[in-house]
Design a protein around this ligand. Structure first.
Ligand SMILES: C[S@@+](CC[C@H](N)C(=O)[O-])C[C@H]1O[C@@H](n2cnc3c(N)ncnc32)[C@H](O)[C@@H]1O
Length: 373
């Protein structure tokens, strides 16, 4: 193992035990200057000292070296259910929305599946910059209206601009949907790409149902993280680098156990809707499969958006690795996972102008009707 994969946790462990460098030096039989050098990464202890340190701090050598997280590490949530997170990921949202729908398929759902032929009012919960609004309003009967609610200041500002730009009959509300109190009721209450990011999706769907009229339609659109991981093909890349996301499962599990955030929300929404009493629940899947190739006039935008979407989530690779270790991966798994993502980005970057790729996100559209009372 090379030295860069080591994240020596000595200083944290010593401070947690409230002992000085001098006291630790005595226990190990060395000088406090040597302890200081170990803590600052200037030198590393002799291999024979590691079991002594591990035994003293009651950790494994892997934990001491930062190869595995310390059991007592405080879980650091992704906090994707906070306003601050989305304010900071504004660019990520703006650039990752393209290529997620075939608009005509939405038209098909509206006409043929949901059979909406009279004007309706729609509530879009966690609307982001209201990217869904122009698409939706194009297919809804004339006289329909759109209301979007989101707690991110930067996204609601953009949403208002978008409504104005497309002359959409509607309004944007800034606020926490879970704390909102609508007097109006809506014919359609929907959310897109919200439930997999929040802790209590049942409370969110329940609130959506409350906001719907009797007989109203409730729609939850989400992407299952695992399908998304599998749905990438890059011409010329090794399948081992493209398809293996085994370590990520630990990260998803940790988010579920610690923050109740479910990366598989897309597959679970129907069960929650059933528990909450919606009728005629059904699930469709978006028919969008992106094929990006150099002959397309917007190739540069598409490939850059894809590469950047992979790097806009964390500040840098080390932050991503630390987060994944905190979420249950070993250092090796975290480095391998982040390394693979970087490899994909580098491959696309180095082969720009020649490489084509196919992406299937498997977005599910789960819907049901509020029973008439
Ligand atoms: C991944 S984005 C999706 C945005 C938009 N629906 C779209 O498809 O582009 C999730 C959005 O949900 C919003 N959000 C999450 N929880 C919320 C809550 N409790 N109240 C209001 N907005 C919320 C975030 O601010 C963010 O804009």
């Amino acid at each position: 193992m090379d030295k860069t994969t080591i994240n020596f946790r000595l200083s944290e462990l010593r401070k947690a035990k409230h002992i000085t460098q001098g006291e630790l030096a005595e226990i190990v039989g060395t000088s406090f200057q040597t302890i200081s050098k170990w803590e600052n990464g200037i030198t590393m202890p002799d291999i024979t000292v590691l079991p002594v340190l591990a035994a003293f701090f009651e950790v494994s050598i892997d934990e001491l070296l930062g190869i595995k997280p310390l059991k007592g590490d405080v879980y650091s949530s992704e906090e994707t259910d906070s306003e601050k997170f989305w304010d900071n990921h504004f660019e990520y949202i703006m650039r990752s929305r393209n290529e997620s729908w075939n608009n005509d398929y939405l038209g098909f759902l509206i006409r043929e599946v949901w059979k909406i032929d009279n004007p309706v009012n729609v509530l879009d919960c966690g609307c982001g910059y209201a990217h869904f609004a122009p698409m939706l309003m194009k297919y809804l009967p004339e006289g329909s209206s759109y209301t979007g609610i989101d707690f991110s200041s930067s996204l609601t500002e953009q949403a208002e601009n978008l409504l104005a730009k497309y002359n959409i009959n509607g309004r944007i509300l800034k606020g926490n949907f879970l704390e909102s109190n609508f007097r109006d009721r809506f014919d359609i209450v929907m959310c897109q790409s919200v439930l997999r990011h929040i802790g209590d999706s049942k409370a969110f769907i329940s609130k959506m149902i409350n906001a719907a009229v009797d007989g109203g339609l409730v729609i939850c659109i989400d992407t299952n993280r695992e399908i998304e991981c599998c749905g990438l093909y890059i011409d010329g890349m090794d399948y081992g680098d493209l398809c293996d996301h085994s370590g990520a499962i630990k990260h998803w599990k940790a988010e579920l156990e610690n923050s109740k955030r479910d990366y598989a929300a897309a597959m679970r929404n129907a069960y929650v809707m059933r528990e909450l009493g919606l009728s005629d629940i059904d699930i469709r899947i978006s028919d969008k499969v992106s094929f990006v190739c150099p002959e397309q006039s917007d190739y540069d935008t598409k490939i850059n958006d894809f590469i950047d979407s992979k790097s806009l989530w964390y500040a840098d690779a080390e932050e991503a690795i630390e987060r994944l270790i905190n979420h249950g991966m070993t250092r090796n798994e975290a480095e391998a996972y982040v390394g693979k993502t970087n490899k994909i980005c580098k491959y696309l970057e180095n082969n720009k102008g020649e490489v084509a790729f196919t992406r299937f996100k498997g977005k599910t559209i789960t819907f049901g009707w509020k029973r008439r009372t």
